[in-house]
Design a protein. Structure first.
Length: 81
């Protein structure tokens, strides 16, 4: 069974979502989300007291972030007893 393409997944998402929805979709924490909003990386609107993030534009920004450069751990030599 093929997994859906990114375009198909984005088509099923709401246009706007709450902070909680954004965090659950992306795995970003609330603090990182508010930092991204404060720097203008994410677009949000206020509806009453709710902050709603533009999900599609946010995902475009997130995909444009640099790839993580994770180095493998160095193996430790066993201690001589």
């Amino acid at each position: 069974m093929k997994s859906p393409s990114n375009a198909a997944v984005v088509d099923t998402l709401p246009i706007f979502g709450t902070i909680e929805k954004w965090c659950s979709l992306t795995g970003m924490g609330r603090r990182a989300t508010y930092d991204a909003l404060g720097h203008g990386h994410l677009i949000a609107v206020k509806v009453g007291t709710r902050t709603l993030i533009n999900i599609a534009k946010g995902l475009v920004w997130l995909e444009a972030q640099p790839t993580a450069q994770i180095r493998p751990q160095r193996r430790r030599e066993p201690a001589n007893s």
